[in-house]
Design a protein around this ligand. Structure first.
Ligand SMILES: [Fe+2]
Ligand SMILES: [Fe+2]
Length: 478
């Protein structure tokens, strides 16, 4: 068959379906220009990852804590993809740690240092993410889709996920930022626009504007705030009055109320993102694989917390009756070094791999005959196996052997339990036993009479840790 040289056979899509001949024949960006832009995308996503992570702990709103956890993870994944792509483009040394433009640095510093949630979400979701999306879209317009296919693929995947982030963000801004708040931040939003203009756009593809940039929220260097804050649904954050594990592991107690306690345990995991955010923020100069995997784990823990919330919602039980404490994150973030915090996390997660750990929780959920609880525990277990591996890869190599690494975490964990009496004596909490309220609420929904033995449960964390080990005798000497 004789075809003219500019047609495909039998009308089939040409160029492997990527684009038309005409589009594939158009000169696009050189490798050098492409890499310059990729480095800016990389920088933007890296800074976004940093901001989302750093602002989890002290952000009071539960919905934002969990969304920031997800958004940090998404950014970490795209950072990894961009690093790989830059490495494929004749670019040693990669120079990925360099700041590509001082005005971009100010732009992200300003958002990192935003003094209020309103400014933070407006800066992130109305300025930074849309600027990144515009830059990625422009890359798809400017580059040759055949020659630069691997970058095109990467940009398209990034755009898919960034659209989700922006959708969440727009809705959040609509809920949180009223007209007067917007007026109050108008100057600052103008500063963000000028930073981008002075940088020639996020991708540097436009002519840089001549404009004077004066730092506002970043005039002083950002200081990470490691004190967890919670919204009004968490009124008693020092409460350690109900020992959930001692309940779940008590073989004499029935499975249905244990399922409630499992949902509580999941919900309470919001402390782990609050704590892991401090490790990631305060641990510098690790390979990107460290931040990527730790961010994946952080998001998993936020997801586990959301499973707890959804569990209660599905039962119609008011989870606000459970006092979700924040003392684990508070004590770890304010009294331990990042490595010590990682040690505690490692110790706890290795313990979950025992027969009495995640498998047992899943079996309890199965016995409760609640399919959602079984499903959540099934995935929770799978996630924790991954986390144990992440701990082995990133924490363990810093020690001579496993025993030493475990002991390091175990010893530090005891510190978390030395404040129980002190918090009560200082009037921070009464460690009120909230269990009967929650259990009675669930019984009313189930249409059953409370079991008197279950209703009378009153074991606290005063003498027993979450792994049921005895609290050392130094406790209460804060
Ligand atoms: Fe978890
Ligand atoms: Fe975990």
């Amino acid at each position: 068959m004789n075809l003219p040289g500019n047609e495909s056979s039998r009308g089939l899509p040409p160029v492997a379906g990527l684009c038309s001949f005409a589009e594939a024949a158009r000169a696009g960006l050189s490798v050098e220009t492409c890499v310059q832009r990729l480095k800016r995308f990389h920088y933007a996503l890296r800074r976004l990852h940093q901001i989302f992570t750093a602002r989890i702990t002290a952000e009071p709103l539960y919905e934002l804590k969990t969304a920031f956890s997800l958004h940090a993870y998404v950014c970490a994944e795209h950072v990894a993809a961009l690093r790989t792509r830059v490495g494929e483009m004749r670019e040693p040394p990669l120079g990925l740690e360099a700041v590509p433009d001082p005005n971009l640095e100010i732009f992200f510093d300003e958002i990192l240092g935003a003094p209020s949630t309103e400014e933070l979400v407006t800066g992130l979701y109305e300025k930074a993410l849309p600027a990144l999306v515009a830059a990625l879209e422009r890359h798809l317009v400017d580059t040759n889709h055949l020659a630069d296919y691997p970058t095109v693929r990467l940009c398209r995947f990034a755009l898919l996920e960034l659209a989700d982030l922006i959708r969440f963000g727009r809705e959040t801004v609509r809920c949180l930022v009223d007209e007067s708040a917007r007026c109050g931040m108008a100057d600052w939003l103008g500063l963000l626009d000028r930073c981008l203009a002075a940088a020639g756009g996020l991708d540097g593809a436009s002519t840089p504007a001549e404009t004077r940039i004066v730092r506002q929220h970043s005039a002083r260097p950002y200081v990470y705030d490691g004190k967890p804050r919670r919204d009004g649904r968490f009124p008693d954050p020092y409460n350690r009055g109900v020992n959930a594990e001692a309940f779940i592991y008590n073989e004499k107690l029935p499975p249905a109320p244990k399922m409630l306690m499992l949902f509580f345990r999941r919900l309470r995991e919001i402390e782990i993102p609050e704590m892991m955010a401090s490790i990631i923020t305060e641990t510098k100069d690790k390979p990107w694989g460290y931040y990527r995997e730790m961010s994946r784990q952080l998001w998993d823990e936020a997801r586990h917390s959301l499973m707890g919330e959804v569990g209660f919602v599905s039962l119609g039980v008011d989870w606000h009756k459970a006092m979700v404490n924040a003392t684990y994150a508070l004590t770890m973030n304010t009294r331990l070094t990042p490595l010590e915090r990682h040690g505690v996390l490692y110790f706890v997660e290795q313990g979950l791999m025992a027969k009495t750990g995640k498998r047992y929780e899943w079996e309890v959920a199965l016995a409760s005959q609640n399919p959602l609880a079984s499903l959540f525990q099934d995935y929770d277990w799978a996630d924790e196996v991954l986390h144990a591996r992440i701990g082995r890869d990133w924490y363990l190599p810093q020690f001579k052997n496993t025993q030493e690494a475990l002991k390091y975490g175990d010893d530090r964990w005891n510190i978390l339990f030395t404040n129980w009496k002190a918090w009560r004596d200082q009037g921070l909490t009464q460690h009120r036993n909230w269990w009967p309220d929650l259990y009675q609420d669930a019984c009313a929904k189930w249409g059953v009479a409370p079991d008197p033995v279950v209703l009378a449960y009153a074991e606290t964390y005063e003498h027993k840790r979450a792994d049921l080990k005895k609290v050392p005798s130094t406790s209460g000497t804060e």
